[in-house]
Design a protein around this ligand. Structure first.
Ligand code: AHR
Length: 337
């Protein structure tokens, strides 16, 4: 069963205009890159390129690798952009430094995916004072002032958690199942929202979350945290991992402990990147809620509109699906990321 959810004021405009993305493995080194030469450049046809500074969270997951590729493949000179891309290695201070340097360079637009939700107002106020519009991609900021950014493009993380929790409650209610939760990066929007959505959806069922800890969205930490859970608890029935990579790490820990993932311990994850979908097709994961990483085309469209002075939607919600084993087997041959 593949469930298609579309919400919000604007559908995922270009998420279907998919880019050819290669298989992505987690935790790949992704050094900061400056693809801009700093000079004003002209696009073919004589229009000036839009200079855009993009501060990425890091390279923590297969999802992030696909997201970076989508952005770099879309914000090209051929498409009218002069991209200055930097990788913050999951550190807020690195993102603030990158944004500060984009302001100093006087880029036309700044875009970023905030590693955590809070603490952005001062740097966003600087961008606003400099007259540089900001577009948020993937993750939200927690701010009382929504004039500090033009638009936020990304999935509804609360709904993703709810979809995962609703499926768990449908499958397991009445069994008295114990759940452990592998959380994303502490303070990040997806970790906060997916935890909330899942908790809301299982409320009223007899599923019980007996432990919850961050695995920082990485496969390595997901495995380590799962090893700790297995040492501490001998009654784990279900793992809810906030992304595929941590779920894949949990699979390694479960197998190392002599158990069968997907059977002895059920696994539910979020993202639906190729490695996760393969594990679902192989029966090692039981259910995946998608989080679409192909945000480059929408970002390009919004950036062009902002520069042209056209009105843009404040919130663009990206379309997500959910997959069980049968749906994963059907989707895998054409999977873009
Ligand atoms: O913000 C999106 C989340 O960040 C993805 O679900 C996760 O894999 C990534 O690291």
């Amino acid at each position: 069963m593949a469930r298609k959810m579309m919400r919000g004021t604007v559908a995922a405009l270009s998420a279907t205009a998919l880019l050819a993305l290669g298989a992505c493995s987690s935790e790949q080194a992704a050094p900061s890159t400056d693809t801009s030469n700093g000079d004003e450049q002209m696009a073919e046809g004589g229009d000036e390129l839009i200079s855009i500074g993009f501060s990425q969270v890091g390279a923590e997951s297969g999802w992030r690798a696909a997201n970076t590729q989508s952005i770099q493949d879309t914000l090209t000179e051929e498409n009218g952009f002069d991209l200055n891309f930097s990788d913050a290695q999951q550190k807020q201070e690195n993102q603030i430094q990158a944004i500060s340097s984009y302001i100093a360079q006087g880029v036309d637009v700044i875009a970023f995916s905030p590693v955590v939700e809070t603490g952005w107002d001062p740097i966003l106020q600087e961008a606003k004072a400099a007259g540089i519009p900001v577009i948020l991609t993937d993750r939200a900021v927690d701010s009382d002032d929504d004039t500090l950014y033009e638009s936020f493009i990304g999935s509804d993380f609360v709904l993703e958690g709810e979809m995962a929790g609703e499926w768990a409650a449908e499958q397991y209610d009445g069994e008295g199942f114990k759940v452990v939760e592998l959380q994303g990066t502490t303070g990040s929007a997806p970790a906060i929202d997916r935890q909330q959505g899942f908790a809301d959806a299982i409320a009223g069922s007899d599923l019980e979350v007996i432990d919850s800890q961050t695995g920082n969205f990485t496969r390595t930490e997901g495995k380590q945290v799962m090893e700790g859970f297995l040492q501490k608890h001998d009654d784990i029935d279900v793992v809810f991992a906030h992304n595929d990579d941590m779920g894949l790490g949990a699979i390694e820990a479960i197998e190392a402990a002599g158990m069968v993932p997907g059977e002895d311990i059920q696994i539910i994850t979020i993202d639906a990147v190729k490695d996760g979908m393969q594990a679902l097709a192989d029966g090692k994961i039981n259910y995946i809620v998608e989080c679409n990483p192909l945000l480059g085309p929408d970002l390009a469209e919004i950036a062009k509109a902002v520069i042209a002075g056209e009105p843009v939607e404040k919130r663009i919600v990206v379309e997500d699906e959910a997959f069980d084993q049968e749906a994963a087997i059907a989707a895998l041959p054409d999977r873009q990321y």
